[in-house]
Ligand binder design. Structure first.
Ligand SMILES: NC(=O)c1ccc[n+]([C@@H]2O[C@H](COP(=O)([O-])OP(=O)(O)OC[C@H]3O[C@@H](n4cnc5c(N)ncnc54)[C@H](O)[C@@H]3O)[C@@H](O)[C@H]2O)c1
Length: 397
């Protein structure tokens, strides 16, 4: 059996059913899997992955293994499906270091465990694998060993571009593709976030005054789907062009200060830290539902909220109540983690089929074209995006 640190291996049977359903609905990866079985682009190589450990990711892991890869994987705090983790270990022999209740410190240890397995390629989500290889002496040897990498998300790409002058290998940024931005961030996150809020609260969305903070690709989706469910949506964005776009789409636009006091639901999705602090929490109405769809929970200053709240209580699986000094209550959903993963199942299956197809072909590109790319974060080659879009069109239309 593989190396692993997971919640409970006996959950594997349950995981099998969920992975099975996902794989039935991932025709793009199925087609790439067929190709990889013949070409074996990863023969003898280990891929180190940081991506939410859940059924769609498991189907992707199988695709990479069909291409000859050995895989080590970790996820993010609160987003791991423990049954999927068990299935990956028991059925596929994958090295899995992930469990649902892990803390951020556990997460960083798990990043180290993936790198301790000496990967030849890395597939990152948020930039932690990259940060360890670039910053920590014990992983310095990987700076030369790693052939290439991918980075999945907006936050990770920004972090890589802002943090490093010298980069040791080429990283293809999946989020830079129009395909991912439009289909995953807009439609996938939009549907997933509202699904999660409804599951977590079992409340009616119709008529709820909702403030969406951040009107990038993800925020556009969240605003669109909330409106579709009957909510009155107000958009807040620092960028006047984004505000203008929201206005032309028929949304209310406002400053944060004006948008908070009336809101029944507040959703952050900016990719930036410290968007909501104690001053903003104090402006919210009693009983507001607060959640985050951006990559890191630090969009909200939760340590300050936890420290300064008069009382703190868990009301339901995904709902915590914080009583402020002014007597108002804030109901925080999913502990501030990515709500669509914390309280639901992440992006819809077809959407991840497309995103993970981009990942698969990008990793194969590193193997098939070694030493051709600059050592820096960069866009996915256009032909990959075109190929995946054609496969998606064929499968979905
Ligand atoms: N929940 C998920 O499954 C999921 C999926 C993909 C990406 N993400 C994450 O969602 C976040 C947003 O991604 P995106 O692709 O929409 O990014 P984006 O860059 O397209 O949009 C972010 C928007 O937020 C605005 N903004 C930044 N700081 C702000 C502030 N303080 N107040 C108001 N607006 C502000 C920007 O002007 C921009 O319009 C990132 O953290 C990304 O990693 C989450």
């Amino acid at each position: 059996m593989s190396q692993h640190k997971i919640e409970d291996i006996d959950l594997a049977e349950q995981g099998k059913l969920r992975v099975g359903w996902a794989s039935l609905n991932m025709p793009i990866l199925a087609s790439i899997c067929e190709q990889f079985e013949k070409t074996k682009p990863f023969a003898g190589r280990r891929i180190g992955i940081c991506l939410h450990v859940e059924p769609k990711t498991a189907v992707w892991v199988q695709t990479l293994m069909a291409g000859g890869a050995e895989v080590s994987i970790t996820g993010s705090p609160k987003t791991t499906k423990d049954d999927t983790a068990a299935w990956l270990v028991k059925e596929c022999g994958v090295n899995v270091y992930a469990w649902n209740s892990e803390t951020f410190d556990d997460h960083l240890e798990n990043i180290g465990r993936v790198l301790d397995d000496d990967p030849d390629l890395i597939a990152d989500n948020g930039g932690d694998l990259h940060a360890f290889v670039h910053d920590k002496a014990e992983y310095q040897h990987l700076q030369q060993k790693i052939i290439g990498a991918t980075e999945e998300t907006t936050t990770g790409a920004t972090r890589l571009r802002e943090s490093y002058d010298s980069f040791y290998f080429p990283t293809l940024v999946i989020n830079d593709t129009q395909a991912k931005r439009i289909i995953e961030n807009r439609y996938g996150v939009g549907q997933g976030v509202i699904d999660a809020i409804m599951r977590a609260t079992r409340l009616l969305m119709g008529g709820k005054r909702t403030t969406v903070i951040g009107y990038g690709f993800c925020g556009q989706g969240v605003a669109k789907y909330m409106r579709g469910a009957g909510a009155h949506v107000t958009v807040v964005d620092l960028n006047p062009l984004a505000q203008l776009e929201a206005h032309l789409e028929g949304f209310q636009t406002a400053t944060l200060e004006d948008a908070l006091p009336d809101a029944d639901i507040v959703i952050t999705v900016t990719g930036r830290s410290g968007v909501l602090g104690m001053a903003e929490f104090g402006q919210m109405k009693d009983g507001v539902l607060l959640c985050n769809a951006g990559h890191f929970e630090d969009e909200m200053e939760l340590p300050a909220l936890r420290e300064q709240a008069r009382t703190q209580e868990t009301l339901d699986q995904h709902i915590e109540s914080y009583e402020l000094l002014n007597g108002n209550h804030i109901y925080l959903l999913g502990e501030g983690n990515l709500i669509n993963l914390a309280a639901a199942d992440g992006n819809p299956i077809e959407v991840m089929d497309l995103g993970l197809a981009l990942q698969s072909l990008s990793l194969a590109f590193h193997m098939e074209h070694p030493k051709t790319l600059q050592h820096e974060p960069q866009v996915v080659p256009y032909e990959i995006e075109q190929r995946v879009a054609s496969l998606a069109l064929k499968a979905w239309s």
